[in-house]
Ligand binder design. Structure first.
Ligand code: FES
Length: 183
């Protein structure tokens, strides 16, 4: 028992100084890392105004009738779909005034063929299925959100389920017949 007390020694002045220098170096290292990481983190979080202005140009030329593609815009998926004549006719034959979020198909597209919508369910933000032909498109041929069962039609309008509104149509401009700037 007494031996233990005897084996502990009081640090010499040199040892204390060395420990202090060691701690000081570690502290400097941590601060240095924090400072050098900041510009990187900052560059990954663009200011809100930069984000708001960001836009993306997309060519629809590679899409064939019945095909769909998904791009990323402002961190969200945007669904592009080249609708068939039958799908366009179906979207227009509905009495849109009776739909849960009433909107005519004509107001949701600029070119009848191309549906362009944000692929985020308006219920709680899941990504609906239906872009791939192998995926279920729900009871109305558009999109189906499996999270809680929202069905969207070929105009991406909500038809059944808990989603309160249609898939959002982003702001976009046609630069040519098949080139679109989104945002
Ligand atoms: S998030 Fe799509 S139905 Fe709930």
């Amino acid at each position: 028992m007494g031996d233990l007390a005897e084996t502990q020694s009081v640090p010499t002045e040199d040892e204390s100084r060395r420990d202090f220098l060691l701690h000081a170096t570690v502290a400097t290292g941590v601060v240095g890392a924090a400072v050098s990481l900041w510009p990187l983190i900052n560059s990954l979080n663009p200011a809100a105004d930069t984000l708001a202005l960001s836009s993306v140009e997309v060519s629809l030329a590679g899409l064939e009738e019945g095909q769909a593609a998904t791009i990323s815009w402002r961190g969200k998926p945007v669904f592009l779909r080249y609708r068939t004549p039958a799908e366009i006719e179906e979207a227009r034959s509905e009495r849109w005034q009776d739909l849960p979020d009433p909107q005519p198909d004509e107001e949701r597209v600029q070119d009848d063929r191309y549906l362009i919508v944000v692929g985020v369910c308006t219920h709680l933000g899941c990504i609906p299925l239906g872009q791939k032909t192998t995926e279920t498109r729900g009871d109305f041929g558009g999109y189906f959100c499996p999270c809680h069962g929202s069905h969207y039609d070929v105009s991406a309008r909500i038809r059944r389920g808990p989603a309160p509104s249609n898939l959002e149509v982003p702001e976009y401009t046609y630069l040519s017949e098949t080139n679109v700037r989104i945002g």
